[in-house]
Structures are given as structure tokens and as C-alpha cells.
Write a protein that binds this ligand. Structure first.
Ligand SMILES: Cc1cc2nc3c(=O)[nH]c(=O)nc-3n(C[C@H](O)[C@H](O)[C@H](O)COP(=O)(O)O)c2cc1C
Length: 322
């Protein structure tokens, strides 16, 4: 599948691997880039030592990086540390990218900005983003409620066509197979940014038990909440929530966060013990609604090849029919 995204970055597939914090390490990002996609290392909250180690694991394969923007606001040094690894491209999500855009654009080949709202798109365009990632609420991990891929992507595509025609667009959220890739291209995206499907790959750093659990579940089995942020003492800005597999923690506390705060020390101790033990009936498994389409744990290269082939087949078949 050839798109503006594959042309711009010389890729075989119009697919980027999301910079999933502590999940997209150098082995996964490197595998995606080597297979012909664009792999990004998930710098997340900015552990400089971990980021450097993962870049080293990617070897000579060009990979990108990413950080959580509101964390960079708190500790600007983490951006310098991340950029010192010479990422191919760099993605900022969850905050105002404008203060950091110049530095990023000077040190790597493109700035990617992930947005959930049109107001954030304005900031990303002011920052001079080369690639916009439109993330809908189906997505795994942090994001916002209320916008679905089917409406967010064409709305952003129309705005980009009118205001910034050279800026590329990736769709993110709920895309796990070739049907999703074909749909995203049909909606006006130049490619997709995939999280959950690559989370359930052999190379991802996600816990084996967590991946094994996810492949048995359906899209009904995830939920957005701030329960795990409270348990992890992460103070995310207003409006953001976290999509993960439902479990006893979310079933008990989602919508009852005030009560959770009253017993938070006790619940946090249970949660931390479960993380250490790999007990995902209590610990979080970060995956989105796409898990309903994920039934195995192949290599990243197999995932990319399958998605691309299925998308091409779907588009060809539909083209023939019409
Ligand atoms: C395990 C996991 C961790 C994530 N961590 C980050 C992160 O650190 N930074 C970020 O910008 N997005 C993160 N995301 C969101 C992705 O960038 C992307 O928007 C999302 O995975 C796309 O939806 P999908 O999961 O349905 O493919 C994460 C997603 C997952 C599944």
C-alpha cells in the first residue's frame, strides 16, 4: 500500500508502531522499522536510562521516540535526554507541543503530534507538526472520551486539507487489522498508528500473562477510567482517562473514585502486589477495544504484513464490486 506517509518516510507499509510507554522497547520498534513500518520507542514519562537502553537495543535500525508532553512541562530535561539518542522522528502526546517543536524539528526528521480534540489540532498546527495522529476513544492507554475514529479522522482530514495540506495524518484507535487500515485510508488518513495490536506481539515488553489474557477477551472487556492513575499516583490533567482491560479494580472503583481515595493506601498496596505477581485480575493490562480483533501473538513483521495484505484485498474487492 503506497500513501503519502510511505513516500515521505520511505516505508513499505503505511503503519507506525505507537510509542507505548515501557511496552514499545527497542526490540519492538526496531522490528517494526526493519519490517517496513515506522517503529517508535515509548519514552512515556521520561526515564532517560530506559530510553537510552532501548535505543541501543534497536541497533542501527532507524526508530523514533515519544514522550508525554505534560511530563516534559514538569521536567524539560527529559526531552533533551530523549533527543540525545537521535530518534528518527519524535512524537508528543497529551499537552501543548508548541514550546518544544523547534527543538524537535531541529534534531530529527519529523514532529508527530497526537491529538484527541480539534482544539489540540490548532496547537499542533501552530507548532508546525509534520504528522498529526488523530486518536479516538477506542484506543488503548491514555486518551479522551467521546470521539470515534469514524468521525474524528475525516474531520481532521478536512481541516488539514484546507489549512495544512502538506501535513500528514495517521489514524489511531481501534485499528488492528487490514479492515481498519483500509477504513482509515478511506476516511482520509495517510496511514495508521497502531498500539494494542502491536502490544500483543512477540516483541512487545508487555507481560506474557497480560497478553495471553487479552487474546481471549472481546472489545466489550475494556473500559476508560482514572482508577489506575489514582493507584499509580499519576496526576494526569483534567479530561484524560486510561483504557485498559476491565478487572476487579475497575469493576469496583470506576465511577466511585471519591470512595477509592478514602482507602487508597490499602488498595494501592494490593495493586502493587498484583503488579509484582503478574496478577491481572487486579493489576492493569493496557489495551483498547481492538483486542476483540486480536486472537494471537505473532511477530511484529507478521502483523504488518497481514494488515497490509488484508487492506489491499478489501479495497480491491470493494473496488471490483462497485
Ligand atoms: C500499552 C499502551 C501504552 C501506551 N502508551 C502511550 C504513551 O506512552 N504515549 C502515547 O503517546 N500514547 C500511548 N498509547 C496510545 C497510543 O499512542 C495509541 O494512541 C493507541 O494505542 C492507538 O489505539 P489502539 O491501542 O487501539 O491501537 C499507549 C497505548 C497502549 C496500548
Amino acid at each position: 500500500m503506497q500513501t503519502r506517509f510511505t513516500d515521505r518516510f520511505q516505508l513499505k507499509y503505511p503503519i507506525a508502531c505507537a510509542p507505548m510507554a515501557m511496552v514499545s522497547g527497542g526490540i519492538l520498534a526496531g522490528a517494526v522499522s526493519r519490517a517496513g513500518g515506522l517503529g517508535l520507542i515509548g519514552g512515556g514519562y521520561g526515564n532517560a536510562e530506559w530510553i537510552a537502553q532501548e535505543h541501543a537495543l534497536a541497533g542501527d535500525t532507524p526508530v523514533g521516540g515519544g514522550l508525554i508532553t505534560w511530563m516534559v512541562d514538569k521536567q524539560p530535561d527529559i526531552l533533551d535526554a530523549a533527543l540525545s539518542n537521535k530518534p528518527w522522528v519524535f512524537m508528543l502526546s497529551f499537552g501543548d507541543p508548541r514550546p518544544y517543536a523547534r527543538k524537535i524539528k531541529d534534531s530529527c526528521s519529523a514532529l508527530f503530534c497526537q491529538v484527541q480534540r480539534l482544539s489540540q489540532l490548532d496547537l499542533a498546527l501552530e507548532a508546525g507538526a509534520d504528522v498529526i495522529v488523530a486518536q479516538s476513544s477506542e484506543a488503548g492507554g491514555h486518551g479522551m472520551n467521546n470521539r470515534a475514529t469514524l468521525t474524528l479522522v475525516p474531520e481532521v482530514a478536512d481541516i488539514l486539507a484546507a489549512r495544512a495540506p502538506n501535513t500528514l495524518l495517521l489514524a489511531a484507535g481501534g485499528i488492528a487489522d487490514g479492515r481498519g487500515l483500509a477504513a482509515a485510508l478511506t476516511l482520509g488518513a495517510d496511514g495508521v498508528l497502531v498500539g494494542s495490536r502491536l502490544w500483543a506481539s512477540r516483541e512487545s515488553l508487555a507481560h506474557q500473562a497480560s497478553k495471553a489474557l487479552a487474546v481471549r477477551l472481546t472489545g466489550d472487556d475494556t473500559d476508560r477510567s482514572i482508577v489506575f492513575d489514582i493507584l499509580r499516583e499519576l496526576s494526569w490533567p483534567e479530561g484524560y482517562s486510561f483504557r485498559a482491560l476491565k478487572n476487579t479494580m475497575t469493576e469496583r472503583w470506576s465511577g466511585r473514585e471519591d470512595q477509592l481515595l478514602q482507602v487508597v493506601e490499602e488498595e494501592r498496596a494490593k495493586y502493587l502486589a498484583a503488579v509484582a505477581a503478574g496478577d491481572f485480575s487486579i493489576a492493569h493490562s493496557t489495551a483498547g477495544q481492538a483486542i476483540g480483533m486480536i486472537h494471537d501473538i505473532p511477530t511484529a513483521a507478521e502483523i504488518l504484513e497481514r494488515m497490509d495484505k488484508q487492506a489491499a484485498d478489501v479495497l480491491l474487492r470493494l473496488g471490483r464490486r462497485t
